[in-house]
Design a protein around this ligand. Structure first.
Ligand code: ADP
Length: 230
């Protein structure tokens, strides 16, 4: 790989006395979908949070476009997450008081877009994910799968360079999960968006170009999927 878009080198992070990561190296190229897998508690979510600049690593470096994010202020990293990164969690965490269209428009409004422009973009993304007919529904009037498709639209509406997805299908049935993964992959291919996909499920990891297996806070080099391009 040439210079990666995003990399972590020697990432270590503890919560009090509990080490969650003990020196992890990972690199993600432009448009590449990398699954971070491993059993519950191995440090997957912590790694995603460090790479996305939500958590500061205790040791090691996170570099985005060859810049050390550890040297950035919290506000600069927040701005990066609003503009170049998209984040998607297991439960979409839509704002319950807002409609689907308002939820999807929100990142654009926060980034300074006008209301009309933001709504139009939101409707385009909802249409792309086959939930345009729900644009004026609040999350409470949508199924879990529909909510998650809106959450994917919200994570991608700013056309981020990296999407961080933490167990994005963990709360969905198999069909709804496959639809969400198909949409993530399609958007990644069309926009050349890199994806860091955290999952403990092999069938979810199978959507990725490459798999990094963690075990007890380190990369498991004995794992079957290590470094193997699909
Ligand atoms: P995974 O995503 O693979 O399930 P996590 O990154 O969530 O793993 O957790 C790694 C380790 O760190 C686990 O031992 C977990 O209990 C611990 N941990 C995670 N978050 C916290 C926290 N906020 N406070 C204390 N310990 C935590």
């Amino acid at each position: 790989m040439s210079t990666p878009l995003l990399s972590g080198t020697g990432i270590a992070k503890s919560y009090g006395p509990t080490p969650a990561l003990r020196g992890v190296d990972i690199a993600v190229g432009e448009g590449e979908i990398v699954a971070v897998t491993g059993p519950s508690g191995c440090g997957k979510s912590t790694l995603l949070h460090c790479l996305a600049g939500i958590l500061r690593a205790d040791q090691g470096q996170v570099e985005y476009r060859e810049q050390d994010l550890g040297l950035w202020s919290d506000s600069a990293r927040s701005r990066l997450r609003r503009t170049e990164f998209g984040v998607l969690f297991q439960f979409g965490q839509l704002v319950p008081e807002l409609t689907a269209a308002e939820n999807v428009a929100l990142p654009l409004l926060l980034a300074g877009s006008g209301r009309r422009e933001a709504r139009e973009a939101a409707l385009t993304w909802l249409d792309r994910f086959d939930v345009a007919d729900l644009a004026d529904n609040r999350p409470g009037a949508m199924s879990g799968g529909q909510q998650q498709r809106c959450a994917v639209a919200r994570a991608l509406v700013t056309e981020p360079r990296v999407l961080f997805a933490d167990e994005p299908t963990g709360a969905l049935d198999q069909l709804a999960g496959e639809q969400v993964l198909d949409q993530i992959v399609r958007a990644s291919r069309e926009q050349n968006t890199a994806v860091v996909l955290v999952t403990h499920e092999a069938r979810v990891a199978a959507y990725a170009d490459r798999e990094v297996v963690l075990r007890d806070g380190v990369v498991d080099l004995t794992g079957l999927g290590i470094g193997v391009d699909r």
